[in-house]
Design a protein around this ligand. Structure first.
Ligand SMILES: Nc1nc2c(ncn2[C@@H]2O[C@H](COP(=O)(O)OP(=O)(O)OP(=O)(O)O)[C@@H](O)[C@H]2O)c(=O)[nH]1
Ligand SMILES: [Mg+2]
Length: 296
């Protein structure tokens, strides 16, 4: 089913249609950050912690197929091997097949399938470079942004748009110097972007050494606090309602764009363009007629 989703088209739509009524119970965690920040190492640790609690976990490692991360899929497989024999864990790398919209459209469908199958948690790992990758991770219930110690990393994260999507910050590789500086930078930027008024969520900043498993429990606690905050006062429902609206909107835009494309190739369009050229009609009135024709 995930392969169908990856390929897109009618099969993907049919899979989505069948899966949709069965889902709604999975909690999604987005994990994003610069290449090599330690996302996969951290997600392996999180999987272990969630498994220890008896939950079933799926991980989608979204591979942007960029030349810089060509080794990502193999690397992830090797790192994730400790879970290979565990039936309660499912790990898959999703390829984008080169076209950008593919990633944005296929990932939510893949999550829908894993949700329908009954995974309690779905972790979506994306490299936090590029708007689409950031958006994909940001569409999770809780989004974890992984940065590394040292001056400037937090600033880079902010430039990539990661500040806006972060619910939890992890300063991974805290065995290296510069944890304090990175934390201070983040605090400062959070102060600047903080919303006025009480009740807003302020992303906690959690140091971790994923390679040694240090800080995993604290990261999970931060995720669970954010979840508890979302679940209070109907915030999670509101967030998911916004997401459903966003999804509908993008399907609608896609559909309408396809129809516009058809109309653009039609005779009525050529006739309208000729009439505009001959000054028989102004472009706005001509467009009104074309839009009316789209609705039929
Ligand atoms: N020193 C140190 N190294 C770490 C830590 N966590 C991960 N690493 C190492 O950092 C490298 C990259 O880790 P990954 O988990 O593959 O990072 P990633 O963010 O998933 O990388 P991409 O998916 O390629 O973007 C590996 O060699 C890890 O062993 C840490 O806490 N400290
Ligand atoms: Mg990775």
């Amino acid at each position: 089913m995930l392969s169908m989703v990856e390929r897109g088209g009618d099969d993907a739509r049919e899979v989505g249609r069948l899966a949709h009524p069965l889902g709604g119970d999975a909690y999604t965690i987005g994990l994003t950050g610069a290449p090599g920040a330690g996302k996969s190492t951290l997600s392996t640790r999180l999987v272990a912690a969630l498994r220890a609690a008896g939950d079933e976990v799926a991980v989608l490692a979204v591979d942007p197929s960029s030349p810089f991360t060509g080794g990502a899929i193999l690397g992830d497989r090797v790192r994730m091997q400790e879970h290979a024999l565990d039936a309660g864990v499912y790990i898959r790398s999703m390829a984008t097949r080169g076209h950008l919209g593919g990633l944005a459209l296929a990932t939510p469908q893949a999550v829908r399938v894993l949700d329908a199958i009954g995974f309690t948690w779905v972790v979506v790992e994306t490299v936090g470079v590029g708007q689409v990758e950031v958006e994909v991770a940001g569409a999770a219930d809780t989004t974890v942004v992984v940065i590394n110690p040292g001056w400037g990393d937090a600033v880079q994260a902010a430039k990539a748009g990661l500040l806006e999507v972060a619910d939890v910050f992890v300063i991974n590789k805290a065995d290296r110097p510069g944890v304090e500086e990175a934390s201070r930078d983040l605090q400062h930027m959070l102060d600047l972007s903080a919303e006025d008024g009480g009740g807003a969520w302020r992303p906690p900043i959690v140091p971790a050494v994923a390679s040694k498993g240090e800080g995993t429990d604290q990261v999970l606690e931060a995720i669970c606090s954010h979840r508890a905050w979302l679940e209070a006062d109907g915030r999670l429902e509101a967030k998911r309602a916004r997401r459903a609206g966003e999804e509908l909107r993008s399907i609608l835009v896609e559909r309408l764009a396809a129809r516009v494309q058809d109309a653009y190739r039609g005779e009525a369009f050529d006739a309208a363009a000729a009439a505009v050229l001959a000054r028989e009609v102004d472009p706005w009135t001509a467009t009104d007629a074309l839009v009316d024709a789209l609705g039929q």
